[in-house]
Design a protein around this ligand. Structure first.
Ligand SMILES: Cc1cc2nc3c(=O)[nH]c(=O)nc-3n(C[C@H](O)[C@H](O)[C@H](O)COP(=O)(O)OP(=O)(O)OC[C@H]3O[C@@H](n4cnc5c(N)ncnc54)[C@H](O)[C@@H]3O)c2cc1C
Length: 566
């Protein structure tokens, strides 16, 4: 399939300029912006919603860091590498665990307040896969909200500073690139085009030029029909980086959460997660016939590893023909439930459910993406001028599967490194402002009405359980969605606006995931193939990167073969 190299959009009606543009205002974007403000003259922060939009605010469990005197970065590293199924970048994990505690300290200095014990020591919890107590948390299960609150407050405090500009309700449509360095290949990234839902001179499509762009656009949840991610998680960072010519990696590794509230097949948007802690407290999983099934699957029954529970639920769904199973917590009693799970009870109440009274319908849903824009240890992508950080990036710390609570930490550590690297390269004159030129290749845009079909094919093709027939069917259906006349610019009858840009990003991200998953004929971490259920280190112990080639086709290569970071 041939892919669009830019999205159809009106010509920019206004222009602005900065040293660095940060796209996104989650933990990664805000950390980068605050760091950059002290180091370069002009920072532009662009975010699709308000400053607190994104996954960060929803994070429940906490942040992993070796803060206990009994714990060590080496032990944290060992747990991370095990979870990653042999595909983590060891140097990246080393950076994560060694610099993590210092970045967490900085976050506290920026005003984040974490839970403490009665003796005044920071409270450290434990989550699946960790062999030490190393999860800091805030407000019990409201860690992300506190991280976001503290970082947003810091940014608000400098909002009138002429060196920083924040544009909210602004969707970055595409990256701008300068003249090709090699024949037919895009040149360095030198800015963005963005659509602002604003007033006056900053309304509609504009262009912002800069010496570097840091993409911190978060995850891809909305590629799937059901996800715990907010509606802003449409894979924009991956899709715009691909279109600009950068490599993306580890796309096939998608983490699904086994117990997400099931609201029927017509459900859209973000779905409430029913945390593992509920099963930890004693809740049971029942199939549509009211029968408990996990004891037959794993010795740890309901507390088996996340992927085991997910696959068992999928098997029950296939066997019974009912699209969900049930979580039964009724025996825990109203008082205990209210005390332990106030946030979850509140979310359930919005849908007329009460864990003390009702069986809760649940099904697996997309939760986290290990893949993203391929970066080195400094957040540099394969394209000069383009950096990535947070969930949109692929630093390699997660490998094939994320260890619980490592993602907020990744955002803190690598966004800070990216910001410092950008700043020092600007000072050294290694990053300078380029002149945007029109990119070769087709323009494209999908109608927003295709989103549901793409989300369904993504779940069926590259959901929690994959196999060749489903992958090929998803690939074919995507080709059909993109058939000439619906996608090519000359025939586009679709009005370019937010829903259409996002839908096209969803389609391109889905295509990248499917392309990588078709090739990896084994099971590992967040990539489970029923037709190749075993991990095959002899053939597949390598990471895969996806790029657009000169003919605008998706190309999948082992990481490191065709490219290096800029
Ligand atoms: C329910 C839930 C619970 C979680 N629990 C934990 C946990 O306990 N511990 C943990 O470590 N991780 C957890 N995670 C994962 C973690 O929250 C995310 O990986 C992390 O917050 C990602 O941060 P980020 O800064 O990369 O992206 P986000 O916080 O998602 O921010 C992305 C930003 O980019 C903006 N954006 C996106 N596209 C565009 C565009 N085209 N133009 C302009 N702006 C754009 C968005 O508006 C947003 O501001 C959880 C995730 C969810 C959904």
């Amino acid at each position: 399939m041939s892919f669009a190299r830019t999205l159809v959009a009106p010509e920019p009606g206004w222009v602005t300029q900065a040293d660095v543009i940060v796209v996104g205002s989650g933990v990664a974007g805000l950390t980068a912006a605050l760091e950059l403000r002290t180091k370069v003259d002009r920072v532009l922060v662009v975010t699709k919603g308000v400053l607190s939009s994104g996954s960060t605010v929803w994070a429940q469990g906490g942040i992993a860091a070796a803060l206990d005197p009994e714990d060590t970065p080496e032990a944290h590293m060992a747990d991370t590498l095990i979870a990653g199924g042999g595909l983590c970048s060891v140097p990246a994990v080393e950076v994560l665990v060694r610099e993590g505690p210092e970045r967490v300290g900085e976050l506290m200095a920026r005003g984040a307040r974490f839970d403490h014990m009665e003796d005044g020591k920071i409270s450290l919890g434990r989550e699946g896969g960790h062999h030490a107590d190393r999860i800091i948390h805030a407000g019990g299960d409201a860690t992300g909200a506190e991280v976001s609150r503290a970082l947003v407050a810091q940014l608000e405090a400098i909002r009138n500073d002429p060196g920083i500009e924040v544009i909210e309700h602004a969707l970055v449509v595409d990256l701008l690139t300068s003249a090709p360095v090699d024949k037919g290949w895009p040149g360095p990234v030198c800015g963005v085009t963005l659509h602002v839902i604003g007033e006056g001179t900053r309304d509609g499509i504009g262009a912002a030029t800069a010496k570097a762009v840091i993409v911190a656009t978060g995850g891809i949840g909305q590629v799937y029909r059901s996800s715990t991610n907010p509606v802003s998680a449409t894979g924009d960072g991956i899709a715009m980086a691909l279109r600009a010519g950068a490599a993306v990696a580890d796309l096939e590794f998608v983490q699904f959460h086994p117990t997400v509230l099931w609201l029927g097949s017509g459900m859209i948007g973000q779905l409430p997660l029913i945390s593992e802690a509920v099963r930890g407290e004693g809740a049971l999983l029942l199939n549509a016939d009211g029968k408990r099934f996990m004891p037959d699957v794993h010795p740890m029954a309901e507390l088996a590893p996340r992927d085991v529970v997910t696959h068992a639920i999928v098997d029950q769904i296939v066997a019974t023909g009912v699209e969900n199973v049930f979580l039964d917590a009724r025996h825990l009693g109203a008082e205990r439930i209210a005390h332990r799970f106030p946030t979850i009870q509140e979310a359930l109440a919005e849908h007329g459910l009460d864990m003390a009274v009702d069986l809760i319908p649940v099904a697996p849903a997309q939760h986290f993406h290990s893949g993203g824009v391929f970066t080195d240890l400094y957040g540099r992508s394969t394209l000069k001028g383009l950096y990535a950080a947070g969930e949109a990036a692929c630093t390699g710390v997660h490998g094939a599967n994320r260890l619980a609570s490592n993602s907020l930490l990744e955002g803190l550590v690598f966004a800070s490194r990216a910001a410092k690297d950008v700043a020092s390269r600007i000072v050294e004159g290694d990053l300078t402002e380029g002149e945007p030129v029109r990119r070769d290749g087709t323009q494209g845009l999908l109608p927003a009405t295709d989103r549901g079909r793409i989300q369904k094919l993504a779940y069926e093709g590259v959901g929690p359980v994959r196999e060749r027939d489903g992958l090929e069917a998803a690939w074919e259906e995507l080709r059909d969605i993109r058939r000439p006349g619906r996608f090519a610019a000359a025939n586009v009858t679709v009005t370019p606006q937010t829903a259409e840009w996002e839908t096209t990003n969803v389609a391109q991200t889905a295509a990248g995931i499917i392309a990588a998953a078709r090739i990896r004929e084994e099971s590992r971490g967040g990539h489970f193939r029923r037709d190749f259920p075993v991990t095959n280190d002899a053939v597949w112990k390598e990471r895969l990167a996806v790029t657009f080639d000169e003919e605008n086709h998706l190309r999948v290569n082992p990481v490191g073969i065709d490219f290096a970071t800029s």
